[in-house]
Design a protein around this ligand. Structure first.
Ligand code: ZN
Ligand code: ZN
Length: 240
């Protein structure tokens, strides 16, 4: 009975359409008009303690500790939440339920931690594989970066700009290999927009979720090779 079989492409288009027209309902309390209402947002979890993103040991101002510095060339990695519960649901809504509005509460939570950086900063999203952008119909990473930038300006009058410095060649599947191997794989996937002069620039990498910090580590290596002076990163969540 072929007419009963799902056509994946059609299902995806249907999902996207529903995502555009359905009213927002809070994922915590089902209140209408919000993806995550202010009450659920403020009670969704405990503040994430400042830690080294490499080894997860407590660390002053989210600094990368001296033993992780050799593979994670990022000065501080600001992580807002643990990837669980409502926070995990937000990321899932954004990436798999194609709910663009999820970036708003994500950026709100991310800007509760203000990166302690002086001077001019370029915000650099981790690029998404083009196959994923086609599937979703939008680039979730750029969307999150823009919303984050907007909130920094609204809340703190910080005016950093977003530049899409990095591109992604292909969707090389990450096999169950070592961290070092994953970093090398990612490094080969990323390329730099050579029209931009990164010499002596301070860059803040932004990404939604990390498990092993392999993508931000690879991105930092590529940016450093292109002359960037100091790299920071900000992440919505880290897997425990
Ligand atoms: Zn709620
Ligand atoms: Zn460490």
């Amino acid at each position: 009975m072929p007419y009963l079989q799902h056509n994946n492409n059609n299902m995806l288009i249907l999902d996207k359409t529903i995502g555009l027209i359905a009213p927002n309902i809070c994922i915590g309390c089902a209140r209408e008009g919000y993806v995550l209402c202010p009450i659920c947002l403020s009670s969704a979890g405990n503040p994430f303690p400042p830690r080294c993103a490499g080894c997860k040991k407590l660390s002053d101002n989210y600094r990368t500790c001296s033993s992780c510095k050799n593979w994670l060339e990022i000065y501080s990695v600001y992580v807002s939440t643990t990837y669980e519960g409502l926070y995990e649901q937000l990321v899932h809504d954004l990436k798999f339920n194609v709910k663009r509005q999820a970036v708003e509460p994500m950026a709100e939570i991310m800007t509760q931690v203000v990166p302690n950086i002086s001077g001019d900063v370029i915000i650099c999203p981790i690029p998404t594989a083009s196959s994923r952008i086609r599937q979703r119909g939008f680039d979730h990473s750029k969307l999150l970066a823009k919303e984050y930038r907007k909130k920094l300006e609204q809340k703190y009058n910080i005016n950093w700009k977003v530049e899409n410095i990095l591109g992604r060649k292909s969707n090389v599947r990450q096999l169950g290999s070592s961290r070092q191997k994953r970093i090398e794989q990612m490094e080969q996937e990323f390329y730099i927009d050579t029209r931009l002069d990164l010499k002596r620039k301070t860059i803040l990498i932004i990404d939604d979720v990390t498990t092993t910090s392999a993508s931000i580590s690879a991105a930092a290596k590529v940016l450093k090779q292109a002359g960037a002076k100091r790299i920071y990163a900000t992440l919505f969540a880290q897997k425990a």
